[in-house]
Design a protein around this ligand. Structure first.
Ligand SMILES: [Zn+2]
Length: 279
């Protein structure tokens, strides 16, 4: 079992104990005391230092002494050493908090930067693009298929996907939604346990879906396919006739917007096109 937090120790100093005698072999000044610094770690990042531990070893008879076994003269000698040559804790044991704070600052600024650059590369009217609302509304409609579901494409798709998918994914928990806009078809899926599939293999799901639609659409009704696959939290795969985001981690769901129509500054979309549920 792996613990993500707890205490660890590391040796911080070795010193000789002068004016001491080993109780076992009677050697003089033969002790080396190793001082260990315990520290608290979180995900193996040292956060802050805790207590110190001293272990003495006789270089002659190799007998080691825990701190509780130190003789009064060993204690005294250690005290002298602590005053003249102290075992200071290394900086890294206490810098963990700082490293973590720094890490969060970097992640935070990167995500802010990401949000800005992402909204920048769609277009300037991105915030008022109504297609985003339509897409977000459709993404909310992705659901488990119940019996007598109206969405016949999703129903056929599910039986095809259930048959084709050969991974640890629980196909019963895959959620579906499909929508038609003229000869365009939007397929939205949610696979909560997509984590069970390695990112590099996730794009295979797109291929399965395309194959399945090809089989289902025997009339060749659709000529453009827009596929979006959500994981537990975010969209992980997107493929449209012109764009794709198939790294299998964080995909830009707004690449699906052309399904609803092309926005242009001269002729902004104000009304959702008459998209249909396939019945
Ligand atoms: Zn000894």
């Amino acid at each position: 079992m792996i613990f993500f937090f707890g205490t660890r120790a590391s040796k911080i100093k070795e010193r000789k104990l002068r004016r001491t005698t080993c109780l076992y072999c009677q050697s003089q000044d033969s002790f080396t005391v190793s001082t260990y610094g315990n520290y608290f770690h979180f995900f193996w990042i040292p956060m802050f230092p805790l207590w110190k531990k001293h272990i003495a070893e006789c270089s002659h008879c190799k007998k080691s002494y825990a701190f509780a076994e130190f003789t009064p003269e060993m204690l005294k000698s250690l005290e002298v050493e602590n005053n003249t040559n102290p075992a200071k804790r290394p900086l890294w044991q206490s810098s963990g908090c700082l490293i973590l704070v720094l890490f969060f600052i970097i992640v935070f600024s990167l995500s802010i930067f990401g949000v800005y650059s992402r909204s920048g590369d769609t277009n300037n009217t991105a915030d008022i693009d109504p297609r985003k609302e339509w897409l977000d509304a459709d993404l909310k409609k992705v659901a488990k298929l119940t019996k007598n579901h109206k969405d016949s494409i999703s129903t056929s798709l599910k039986s095809c996907v259930d048959y084709e998918i050969v991974s640890g994914v629980d196909t019963e928990n895959i959620e579906y939604y499909s929508k038609q806009n003229a000869n365009k078809l939007l397929i939205l899926l949610r696979i909560k346990d997509i984590k069970k599939i390695e990112p590099k293999f996730r794009k295979d799901i797109l291929e399965i879906l395309e194959d399945c639609i090809y089989q289902i659409d025997s009339q060749k009704q659709f000529d453009s396919l827009y596929i979006g696959i959500k994981g537990k939290w975010n969209t992980v795969l997107v493929r449209t006739p012109t764009q794709e985001d198939i790294r299998g981690r964080f995909a830009d769901k707004y690449k699906l917007l052309p399904f609803y129509g092309n926005d242009s500054p001269n002729r902004p979309l104000t009304k959702q096109p008459d998209t249909l549920l396939i019945e």
